[in-house]
Design a protein. Structure first.
Lengths: 266, 279
């Protein structure tokens, strides 16, 4: 595999039994690659297995068959080459913002001073320097999710994995956070994979969108958004390309075939 | 990005501040209502008690006078001290036993299957039924009081701790797993801090239980302490002294519960059910 593939998902299938003992075929033969520095969205209707797929890349669940490589290494469980952002931030309530960021670093056995420095840098990167010593209950939802992002970034992972990171936020905060994510991406150059059920968000933020369809969960199509270098979200939103991509993605999500246009492969 | 965040921060602070001011104003109003209710109750009690035979009831003014007298002649401080010692010993023993037992039941299914039922049964059982056998085992002195307090309290503490372990958010444990945290660190950094609020709830409920325990012990076994004062005053038709002792018990229970609540807020300020209070 060439050196610029950050995540390689090969033939991943996942079957499990639900509470009633029925066999659920969550994912079937899912394959795609994520290039280094790319932002990729996993999207699809509910039940399409997008979150299961992300959890397999995280190493929190194991595929029934198939394999995932991150940074050239096979995934067998969670690892510090992946930084994870949870849907509801999931901060430790008894720790300050800074303490939560340090928590992620503690498994790395760094000297204390170095750990503190890395945590402070990450807190600054997400713009929470002034709130570093507040506890989660003293932070707004958006600030909490910023701490979640800082915690994942602080371990300097090869890939940032985000599970519906902005879905629990109000619309205004969500828009702001989306812009900040692109700014963070521009500054750090991290590879980012995020799950979203939001068509607009997927088109707006991702370089490429992987669409999944349910029963069984499988890849239906890949969409290159191809917005170019500008990370101005208002500009992106207002462009004709956004409307077109949005339309194309909707077709894909609903399982329809779309005409082979530039950047679309089904 | 930093600029965006800086703009946002004051707005968020403002809402937090106004929320705090509003809750302070509300708690000020609530306190006024409580104080007014206390005054009304005292007035009704005063008026009603004056209508009946002084052998049967005493108005608050008489109770207050009796209270001053009992403090003055030293009988009340002696009684309080006599009750406080076994109370503390029993309560501390209940913590020392109840918290680890709750942790073990919550953490290990085997332990839950083995002794979970016992803790539930112990919590549900009216302890007073055990008084005769406790007298046989522990005699009529200090030991029986401490034992009653402990038995009354330990199950409440165990059950709440147990409950707390079961309610440790799985998502937080998953955060630990995702960041490659070792099992011992998951226990010390995630599980135990998550359980602290439940343990403190157990300790708060335990205070009330312990007060009942000490009074039962002093009524039926070793007549002495504040419970003894109540029994003696009742038998000698001195309702003013009796109510004075009851008021002391009530105040002590309220103060101790408040103290545990205070410690709870210091230990677990994130626990909204305490910090937020009633809406």
């Amino acid at each position: 595999m060439s050196g610029d593939v950050a995540v390689d998902v090969r033939g991943v299938s996942k079957r499990f039994q639900d509470d009633k003992g029925r066999e659920v075929h969550a994912l079937q033969d899912v394959s795609f690659q994520v290039r280094r520095g790319e932002i990729v969205a996993l999207t699809g209707r509910s039940g399409c297995g997008k979150t299961t797929l992300l959890r397999i890349i995280m190493g929190l669940e194991h595929p029934t068959s198939g394999a995932v490589d991150v940074d050239g290494e096979a995934v067998h469980g969670p690892g510090i080459n992946r930084g994870i952002v949870f849907q509801n931030a999931e901060l430790l309530p008894w720790r300050t913002a800074l303490g939560n960021v340090e928590f992620g670093l503690e498994a790395r056995r760094l000297p204390k001073a170095q750990r503190r420095e890395a945590a402070e840098q990450a807190i600054e990167l997400v713009g929470l320097k002034d709130a570093a010593h507040r506890r989660p209950h003293e932070l707004s939802g958006g600030m909490r999710q910023r701490v979640g992002i800082a915690r994942a970034l602080a371990i300097d992972p090869a890939v940032l994995l985000m599970d519906e990171p902005f879905s629990a936020l109000d619309a205004q905060t969500r828009e702001k956070m989306q812009g900040e994510l692109l700014e963070i991406h521009q500054r750090t150059g991290k590879t980012i994979i995020f799950v979203s059920h939001d068509i607009d968000e997927s088109v707006l933020l991702a370089d490429r969108v992987v669409t999944l369809v349910p029963d069984p969960g499988r890849v239906h199509g890949l969409l290159d958004t191809d917005f170019g270098a500008s990370i101005d979200l208002d500009e992106r939103r207002g462009s004709a390309k956004f409307a077109q991509r949005r339309h194309e993605l909707l077709q894909l999500v609903h399982g329809r075939e779309i005409a082979q246009q530039d950047g679309v492969s089904v | 990005m930093t600029a965006l965040a800086d703009q946002a921060a004051p707005v968020e602070d403002e809402t937090a501040l106004s929320r705090r001011i509003r809750s302070q104003r509300r708690s000020g109003r609530d306190r006024l209502i409580t104080a007014a209710a206390v005054v009304v109750l005292l007035i009704i009690w005063e008026v009603a008690a004056r209508q009946v035979d002084p052998i049967l009831a005493a108005p608050p003014s008489a109770v207050f006078t009796a209270l001053i007298g009992m403090v003055g002649d030293g009988s009340l401080p002696t009684a309080v001290w006599e009750s406080a010692q076994p109370f503390l010993v029993g309560y501390v023993l209940a913590i020392v036993v109840g918290v680890p037992v709750g942790l073990l039941i919550g953490r290990f299914r085997v332990v839950e299957a083995a002794i979970g039922w016992l803790v539930i049964a112990g919590y549900a059982m009216p302890m007073i039924a055990l008084t005769p056998v406790f007298m046989l085992w522990f005699g009529l002195g200090f030991a029986v009081k401490a034992a009653m307090v402990m038995t009354m309290t330990v199950f409440a503490i165990s059950i709440n701790t147990w409950n707390g372990v079961q309610n440790v958010p799985r998502t937080l444990i998953e955060v630990g797993t995702a960041f490659c945290t070792s099992q011992p660190r998951i226990l010390t950094q995630i599980v135990i801090p998550s359980v602290i609020p439940s343990i403190m709830t157990g300790l708060r409920i335990g205070i009330g239980k312990a007060v009942v325990g000490i009074v039962i012990a002093e009524f039926f076994t070793a007549i002495g302490g504040v419970g003894g004062v109540i029994v003696d005053a009742g038998h000698s038709f001195q309702p003013d002294r009796m109510f004075a002792a009851v008021v002391v018990l009530m105040l002590a229970a309220v103060a101790l519960t408040g103290l545990v609540g205070l410690i709870e807020r210091r230990l677990a300020p994130w626990n909204r059910s305490i910090a937020g209070g009633a809406r």
